[in-house]
Design a binder for this molecule. Structure first.
Ligand code: G
Ligand code: G
Ligand code: MN
Ligand code: NA
Length: 256
């Protein structure tokens, strides 16, 4: 694990890296976006996954400046892809509960977009928020989500189905996207229970006008199954692992 002092050093010396994992349109097979996933390039310990440092970052509050660096990097990469003529992609950034509860989060993000000249492209930013974070205080969550939605940002519920999900909140919260957790996607083509759950979630979400993303798609048969159920977007190792920016850019160029 990484210690608090190391995280402070990591912030000062820019050890954080943003990796991208593509999201594929279930109907057309086109790349429609990607999820941004942070890594820490530690000089001695090597490339560290979030599990090694996010818990300490959350506990110390350092997740707030770390999250800001992630958002900054995503804006820079968006700007660069735009300059290189790549068709615009929606990039989804994970938001920690602490970030979500920061006062003036909408102002912070508006400033970031404006600084990077992306004010006209806010719909190319998506924020992924876990359901536990949203249901802690539903009226407050609604306020925050509305302020972000007013900027044109897409809002997604992450890890759907793993928390105390009340279906009522799907109707109440101003969100656009639901990400079905990997545990329901894994082997859904051979597991009738998972298949029933995913099928019902997709049907319900579509009736509520919500887009559905399936996470953790690993096999062609899982992907076909999800496409047949009308799943809007697919994400998983079948298409690509999370990769550095340059690899992701090349992946987009090669994808047909
Ligand atoms: O990247 P992995 O592939 O290991 O991601 C594991 C988890 O780490 C994700 O499910 C997500 O919840 C969290 N995570 C990844 N990147 C970020 C980030 O930039 N900010 C926050 N708060 N969490 C992240
Ligand atoms: O934000 P979230 O907690 O959902 O982050 C997604 C996590 O799932 C990341 O750690 C990412 O590396 C991982 N992941 C993405 N696609 C796959 C997959 O197809 N299989 C598995 N096992 N993990 C995946
Ligand atoms: Mn996520
Ligand atoms: Na998830």
């Amino acid at each position: 694990l990484v210690l608090e002092d190391e995280l402070i050093q990591a912030l000062e010396e820019s050890w954080f890296r943003v990796f991208y994992q593509p999201k594929i349109d279930g109907n057309t097979g086109a790349i429609v976006g990607a999820e941004a996933l942070v890594r820490c390039q530690h000089p001695q310990k090597g490339l560290l996954p979030p599990a090694k440092f996010i818990p300490i970052a959350e506990a110390t509050g350092l997740i707030v400046p770390i999250g800001l660096q992630v958002l900054e990097q995503v804006c820079q990469d968006q700007k660069q892809w735009n300059n290189l003529g790549l068709s615009p992609l929606k990039i989804a950034v994970n938001l920690s509960p602490l970030q979500f509860r920061q006062a003036n989060l909408d102002q912070t993000i508006a400033n970031l977009l404006s600084t990077h000249g992306l004010m006209l492209l806010p719909n190319f930013l998506e924020l992924e928020i876990t359901e536990s974070c949203l249901i802690a205080n539903v009226p407050r969550a609604c306020e925050i989500l509305t302020s972000l939605a007013n900027l044109g940002i897409t809002l997604a519920i992450d890890d759907f189905g793993t928390g105390y999900s009340s279906l009522e909140y799907l109707q109440v919260l101003p969100v656009n996207v639901v990400k079905i957790d990997q545990c329901f996607v894994r082997g859904l083509d051979t597991n009738p229970k998972n298949a029933s759950i995913v099928k019902s979630v997709i049907q319900l979400c579509h009736e509520l006008n919500l887009q559905v993303v399936a996470e953790g798609v690993e096999t062609v048969t899982e992907a076909r199954f999800l496409q047949n159920l009308g799943c809007d977007q697919l994400q998983g190792y079948l298409f690509s692992r999370p990769v550095p920016e340059s690899e992701f850019y090349q992946f987009c160029l090669d994808w047909t």
